[in-house]
Write a protein that binds this ligand. Structure first.
Ligand code: FAD
Length: 461
């Protein structure tokens, strides 16, 4: 009987175990799975906290609905009836001390028509004129490996990018736009520029693609995102679970691996999946020759603050679902979701629930990092009152610090991952790196990566 150790019980590790378990059963393979998780709680960056009538997703809050690979899993786990979608509404930008509407006829802040450009409250007349060059310049130099920030600026102008597009995109991608590739962000924008001669025209011609899923862009579950984790655990009731067990070292030992646990115990496995953040994988392998590559994988940080109030969310701007903060705003957060509006299942009786995001890319992060919970709550209250008005003290709150936990896929990311893969394949046969540090941060990407990793492990059984 072969033993496969999956280390890390986030969505990637659970997906790996789930799909591997299926293959083992279908092919009647002689193999056992053990899933080892450092925490007592499974789920990693998926973590639903239910308190005082509110559902707070202190990590990931939803899945992009257009990624269809998750559909079969939702059905297999019996979760179809539980699926909920985001309510749609208007998004705002907080700039110069006020909330201003982000043009509705825009995708990622990029206008879809001349009218949408002309009507924008966010850009000056000069900025609008500059953006027109998108219609009469051609792309001669940019490829998908170039920077998305420079690409957008070259054709849409600096002001439109800085004041309208970058703030929207920064809510989607962590990291500076100039340091992210077109390939890892919005590759089709380059295709549009080349095919239609204009980014705006290409987006307008393809507007159906962005509207095709209706307004249901994101999905979650009535009981919270952690439901997917709970159902996977139930589906894997006959594998071996080791929760609250931190792996300190993974050592190649003849044809097998010895896994040393922090509590002094150890176990032996034939195959190992390291579905842990790259910092943990680096420390477990403690291998000089991998350190240079691991050091190039960069993660940014975030403080998430939820606050729930004993007041109705009717006080929010009509139809609004939240705002993004421009550099000139005066607030310390970078974005805020009006959660009880956007996700109605998160609050009973429409009581106000909001979430504020403080990113390490923000100018105040270093100071905020050192604050106590109480001080952080005060900062968040001040941001909230400056943006939506006077409020009573919250009846509940949740502050979560995600330090170095949000991978940034910079320009060399793909190359670094390939280099790591080569070295790991040479030095650690039957061991696989998996997860958001390398193969995509979205939950659907992690599930796809788990499925692919399971197939690779199964080939060895
Ligand atoms: P993780 O969730 O990090 O799991 C790794 C696991 O390994 C953890 O449980 C950890 O405890 C365990 N571990 C670490 N070291 C050891 C060790 N030594 N021994 C044993 N176990 C160990 N994605 C979306 O699609 N939609 C969103 O809305 C969204 N929002 C996000 C918001 C935040 C604040 C964050 C941080 C991420 C968000 N993401 C979102 C990204 C997504 O949540 C993650 O990319 C994904 O959950 C990562 O899963 P993973 O299994 O690869 O890693």
């Amino acid at each position: 009987m072969k033993k496969v150790a999956v280390i890390g019980g986030g969505i990637t590790g659970l997906s790996t175990a789930y799909y591997l378990h299926k293959i083992i059963q279908e092919r009647k393979l002689a193999a056992d799975i053990v899933l080892i998780e450092a925490d007592e709680r499974l789920g990693g960056k998926i973590h639903t906290v239910k308190r005082d009538g509110f559902i707070m997703e202190v990590g990931a809050d939803s899945l992009v609905a257009r990624k269809r690979n998750v559909d079969p899993l939702i059905d297999e786990l019996g979760l179809r009836e539980e699926v909920v979608y985001n309510a749609t509404g208007k998004s705002y930008l907080h700039t110069d001390g006020k909330l201003k509407l982000i043009p509705e006829e825009a995708v990622f802040g990029i206008p879809l028509s001349l009218q949408a450009l002309a009507e924008s409250e966010l850009v000056s007349a000069e900025g609008k004129v500059e953006a027109l060059k998108d219609f009469y310049t051609t792309n001669e130099t940019f490829t998908k490996n170039d920077s998305i920030g420079l690409f957008l600026e070259a054709f849409l102008g600096k002001e439109l990018v800085e004041k309208q597009i970058a703030p929207v995109l920064s809510g989607v991608y962590s990291g500076k736009l100039n340091e992210l590739t077109i390939a890892s962000t919005l590759p089709y924008l380059l295709d549009y520029k080349n095919q239609y001669g204009s980014i705006m025209k290409g987006l307008a011609e393809n507007r159906q693609t962005f509207k095709s899923q209706g307004e249901k862009k994101f999905l979650s579950f009535a009981g919270g995102t952690s439901v997917i984790i709970e159902r996977m655990e139930q589906a894997l009731s006959d594998i071996e679970w080791m929760k609250g067990c931190k792996v300190s070292h993974v050592i190649r030992d003849g044809e097998q691996y010895t896994l040393n646990l922090e509590d002094g115990r150890s176990l032996v496995a034939d195959s190992v999946v390291l579905s842990v953040p790259h910092q943990a994988a680096q420390s477990m392998l403690a291998n000089e020759s991998l350190n240079e590559d691991f050091a190039e994988l960069i993660g940014s940080s975030l403080i998430s603050v939820y606050m729930g109030f004993d007041v109705s969310d009717e006080l929010l701007p009509e139809n609004g679902t939240g705002f993004i903060v421009a550099d000139s705003s005066g607030l310390k957060c970078q974005a805020s979701t009006w959660t009880s509006r956007k996700w109605t299942h998160t609050s009973t009786n429409h009581q106000l629930l909001v979430r504020l995001f403080y990113k390490s890319s923000g100018p105040h992060y270093e100071r905020l990092q050192g604050l106590s919970e109480e001080e952080m709550l005060q900062e968040a209250m001040s941001d909230l009152q400056q943006s939506i008005g006077q409020l009573p003290q919250p009846t509940t709150y949740a502050i979560t610090r995600w330090t170095d936990s949000m991978p940034n896929y910079h320009l060399r990311h793909h190359e670094v991952v390939q280099s790591l893969e080569r070295k790991v394949a040479q030095q650690y046969p039957d061991l696989f790196l998996a997860g958001c540090s390398y193969y995509g941060v979205g939950i659907p990407d992690c599930i796809a990566n788990g499925e692919a990793t399971a197939a690779r492990v199964a080939e060895l059984l």
